[in-house]
Write a protein that binds this ligand. Structure first.
Ligand SMILES: Cc1cc2nc3c(=O)[nH]c(=O)nc-3n(C[C@H](O)[C@H](O)[C@H](O)COP(=O)(O)OP(=O)(O)OC[C@H]3O[C@@H](n4cnc5c(N)ncnc54)[C@H](O)[C@@H]3O)c2cc1C
Length: 253
């Protein structure tokens, strides 16, 4: 299934947004769905905010029926956003609907003329809206081989290193995607001692730290004798959604 693109006129809110942040969207006026749905900001253009989303259930199905001119209730921008000043050559990796926060960062890096490489992965070609062009900094991967590299975003990353289109070391990885991809990225970054930030799409409810529903287990130093709930866990909505991979308990993501 393809990705939907939604452009919202948000006025002054647009000026506050940073790549990696999200908005929490009320998808219906009634009781169902009761909770807002978190959506990463995929880009800002003037006073407009862009979302990219996949229809998976009630909320996103309702969004897909919105018409031009509808008025939408959303909270944001929420969350911390990427640390775009991390050392190393930036490689941005987005999988499936996880492309949104990575795509926004890509556009900001283009705007500031910062060299980087964007790798977008999906099941097949219908989900892609860019062209595979590794020499100009954009690589695609598909599970079925219908566009770009056949395989995962990590296969595409290996190919780029082999072809010397990106450095072999000193990379700074920025990833967002399904849990399997996030774990693979965290493992890869750990093995190669690379800086890696992950934007988690942890299921969440309020989005503002009240409900405590989106807790994320943190890796603690081995010599920590006693630790409280507050040391052991962070909330994805206000402490994240972006975390350093090395700080996460990766089986949990
Ligand atoms: C910070 C953040 C940013 C996100 N950004 C995007 C985005 O840019 N584009 C996008 O398409 N989606 C994004 N998501 C996921 C999106 O919020 C969910 O897909 C959406 O809430 C599903 O709502 P629904 O009513 O359509 O489906 P529901 O009926 O609520 O759920 C349908 C199915 O999707 C699963 N699901 C629900 N929420 C999530 C979730 N957060 N992660 C994984 N599976 C889930 C449910 O377990 C269920 O199997 C983001 C989530 C978070 C936390």
């Amino acid at each position: 299934m393809g990705l939907y693109r939604l452009v919202l006129r948000v006025g002054d809110m647009a000026a506050l947004a940073r790549p990696g942040q999200f908005v929490n969207v009320l998808t219906g006026a009634g009781w169902d769905p009761l909770l807002r749905r978190p959506m990463s900001i995929a880009g800002i253009d003037g006073r407009e905010l862009q979302l990219l989303y996949k229809v998976v259930g009630n909320g996103t199905a309702a969004m897909s029926r919105w018409q031009s001119g509808d008025e939408i209730d959303l909270l944001g921008p929420l969350g911390n956003g990427w640390d775009a000043a991390a050392d190393g050559f930036p490689v941005l990796l987005g999988g499936g609907a996880g492309i949104a926060p990575v795509y926004y960062l890509h556009k900001e890096l283009l705007r500031s003329s910062t060299a980087h490489h964007l790798i977008m992965g999906s099941r097949s070609t219908e989900e892609h809206f860019l062209q595979h062009d590794p020499h100009s900094g954009i690589s695609l991967s598909t599970d079925d081989g219908s566009a770009g590299v056949a395989g995962t975003v990590l296969d595409a990353l290996h190919d780029l290193m082999e072809a010397a289109l990106i450095p072999r070391s000193g990379l700074s990885l920025y990833g967002c995607g399904p849990p399997g991809m996030m774990r693979a990225l965290a493992d890869f970054a750990g093995q190669h001692e690379m800086d890696c930030q992950l934007a988690l799409e942890e299921i969440m409810a309020c989005g503002i730290g009240l409900c405590q529903g989106c807790n994320v287990a943190m890796r603690l130093p081995g010599n920590t004798p006693e630790h409280s709930y507050h040391q052991r866990y962070r909330l994805s909505c206000i402490d994240g959604p972006v975390f350093k991979a090395k700080e996460l308990v990766t089986w949990q993501i």
